[in-house]
Design a protein around this ligand. Sequence first.
Ligand SMILES: Nc1ncnc2c1ncn2[C@@H]1O[C@H](COP(=O)(O)OP(=O)(O)OP(=O)(O)O)[C@@H](O)[C@H]1O
Ligand code: SF4
Ligand SMILES: [Mg+2]
Length: 353
Amino acid sequence: MVEDRALEPRGALGSDVALSVKDLVKTFHVGGGFLGGEKGEVSAVAGVSFDIKFGETMGLVGESGCGKSTTARCILRLIEPTSGDVLLQQTLEEGGYGTIDIIAADKKQLRDLRRRMQIVFQDPFASLNPRMTVGAPIGELLSVHTDLSREERAARTGDLLRLVGMNPSAADRYPHEFSGGQRQRIGVARALALSPDFLVLDEPVSALDVSIQAQVLNLLEELQHDLGLTYLFIAHDLAVVRHICHETAVMYLGKIVEMTTTDRLFSEPMHPYSHALLSAVPVPDPKLERQRSRILLEGDVPSPLNPPSGCRFHTRCPVGKDKEICRTEEPPLRELIPGHHVACHFPEARQVI
Ligand SMILES: Nc1ncnc2c1ncn2[C@@H]1O[C@H](COP(=O)(O)OP(=O)(O)OP(=O)(O)O)[C@@H](O)[C@H]1O
Ligand code: SF4
Ligand SMILES: [Mg+2]
């Protein structure tokens, strides 16, 4: 439980907003220049803002290197953002809401916050010792953050494994004995050990076969429903966010270019980059699939070390590549239709079949 002194009631957030990110910026200073001096600045996250509602899932989608994980790591204060606000709201025991400013939180407050916010990675065991049993890191978390006895920790570990559809005996086995899907279930169990209410899921199913992906996504949905969890779900593939995310934000080179409900994004995308991403998502009807034409983007994603002027997408945009305004003026993210935000000088609702 976060102490009262960590709470900073602002009343600025709507009562349904669990997490609010405002103008988040992260610039990395990279070396390797002349005589080992500073080479430049990587504009990894360039002013990202979004809200996530209690018990809902926000999707963050975009190509590799567009700043998804950096956004998530700043939100959790695993790295320090260059600027911006991240506010987490919680219901207070005395009633009403309190807002915690994550970026301003001190060490003690952060320790409390870490219990409430957890992250699940693509391979949850990549950073762990392969000679440790599956139950060991869960037990370790419980021993650091709770005063449960050894027996109670073992019982809690068993309960957590059961919660994610695993046999509690898995706790005494080793990560290599499990399939990718099972390892991801165990990763989710570990993330849930301290009963958080906000989870970042950073490409949790990207390494799994499609059929296994569906099982893990179903599990995440069930857990959200049963435990009232709020998720930030990161993926590079739009097909994955379709069924799990209530809203989706599309990122390109450190910026959100379009954000709306996932249903709207799929039925009436308005940004040319979203059109291109959606044209690559397969549809189940084979007849329709044969009629589709894929929008191929020219070239690679430019380097965030030296992002393009004006609209960052103009070097690859089929609509704006010859337009002066796209090269010179950055389009702001505007709410064109209630709940539908687009950053483009020439937005156009287009069905992408
Ligand atoms: N510690 C760092 N120092 C310098 N640059 C970094 C650092 N971490 C990330 N970057 C750069 O910031 C940009 C955004 O990286 P990030 O990992 O957030 O992208 P991503 O969208 O999560 O990509 P992926 O889909 O590959 O995981 C990239 O250009 C990356 O090279
Ligand atoms: S502002 Fe111009 S370059 Fe950018 S997405 Fe819109 S049309 Fe394309
Ligand atoms: Mg990433």
